[in-house]
Design a protein around this ligand. Structure first.
Ligand code: PLP
Length: 360
């Protein structure tokens, strides 16, 4: 077996491409490492979080029953309704409901208008043909927050497994497991920075039932050998990361950025803590209507079409932009600041008035 320790993600992956592996060996190594890091019973790697959601749902319907596994996505002889709070119906490129349906299940949205109370959940879970409860911990979630522990308890009262999609929450896995969830799903290509992969983490029987789907629909969602090796290397780097120093560095980057923006007329910058309790903040840029600055979307478009292309989050309702600085180097941060300042100056030259000129 490859020794991914200390090689780094890139080299581990490139060496893996020329070697042969027993996937079971790689998966049990992952399970051991993740269990050590998070306190979970077991873990496995699948293609991505989206695939992980589909497989978790499939596992709730078919368990380890070979004929049920073989018949999915035809779920006509199984409990096949998956309850999800209305405020958790998020879209990360496609709707999370698609991931549920891909397994052959039918989503049951609890509550409505982005709101879901404990009563709404209880109602939805009371359906006798219900397979599981799916929850999402993400900044994409809207409306009043659902108490994850309470929701998991409600599912368990009905003897149903509860799964949490925490795709970008790889730094909060123990916290999410502490809700009692049977599985927590995270993406390895987000903050862990491995090749694209999804980690399924939690109770051993549930992880095994997800892996049993490799004989069924999971074949099409399998992790490649190089992805699993890359995840092992990324986990190794994470274990050696000094989290306190990392957090301080992220804070410094955000403070610095906000300060740089104070010199740009037309932009009001502030620090925006992560709504899900992640360990870092983002930069919030509000575009002031009093200036002749482009709208937030025009600015985002201009940043995207520059070289290098800069992609930012848009909050069109508030005419504001959200910038995530975690993966950026110092040099890259300087370039982004320069680019925004330059776009600001250009816009003032186009429609300048004595007042804006003066302000600059
Ligand atoms: C990114 C994300 C996903 C999808 O993860 P992939 O690994 O890209 O499939 C699912 N749910 C949430 C909340 C996400 O943020």
């Amino acid at each position: 077996m490859i020794n991914s320790h200390s090689l780094g993600v890139g080299r581990s992956v490139s060496e893996a491409l020329t070697q042969f592996f027993l996937i079971d060996e790689l998966q049990s190594e992952i399970s051991k490492v993740v269990a050590h890091m998070t306190g979970a019973e077991a873990a496995a790697v699948v293609h991505c979080t989206s695939a992980g959601i589909t497989l978790a749902v499939a596992s709730a319907m078919a368990g380890d029953n070979p004929s049920k596994i073989a018949s999915l996505p035809d779920s006509s002889d199984m409990p096949n309704r998956v309850v999800i709070p209305a405020c958790h119906v998020v879209n990360y490129g496609h709707s999370i409901l698609t991931d549920i349906r891909l397994a052959g299940a039918t989503p049951v949205v609890a509550g409505r208008d982005k709101s879901c109370t404990a009563y709404d959940l209880q109602d939805a879970l009371a359906d006798t043909r219900t397979a599981c409860l799916l929850l999402v911990s993400s900044r994409l979630v809207q409306g009043n927050p659902v108490d994850l522990s309470e929701a998991v308890t409600l599912a368990h009262k009905r003897n149903l497994p509860a799964f949490i999609d925490g795709a970008a929450q790889d730094m909060r896995i123990p916290e999410l497991l502490a809700t009692g969830a049977d599985l927590v799903l995270v993406s390895a290509q987000k903050y862990l920075a491995s090749p694209t992969a999804g980690l399924i983490i939690g109770r051993r029987a549930c992880v095994q039932a997800c892996r049993a789907q490799e004989q069924g629909i999971g074949r099409a969602m399998k992790a490649t050998k190089e992805a699993i090796v890359g995840v092992l290397a990324a986990l190794d780097e994470r274990q050696r990361l000094d989290i306190t120093a990392w957090r301080a560095e992220q804070d410094r980057k955000v403070h610095w950025f906000v300060k740089q923006m104070s010199g740009v007329a037309g932009i009001k910058a502030s620090e925006m803590p992560d709504p899900t309790g992640a360990l870092f903040s983002r930069v919030h840029l509000r575009i002031e209507p009093v200036h002749r600055f482009p709208t937030a979307s025009a600015l985002a478009q201009a940043l995207r079409s520059g070289n290098p292309s800069v992609w930012v989050g848009e909050h069109t309702a508030e005419n504001s932009l959200i910038l995530e600085l975690v993966p950026l180097s110092r040099e890259e941060l300087h370039r982004v600041v320069e680019r925004i300042s330059e776009l600001g100056r250009q816009s003032h030259q186009v429609g300048q008035t004595p007042a804006t000129l003066h302000r600059e």
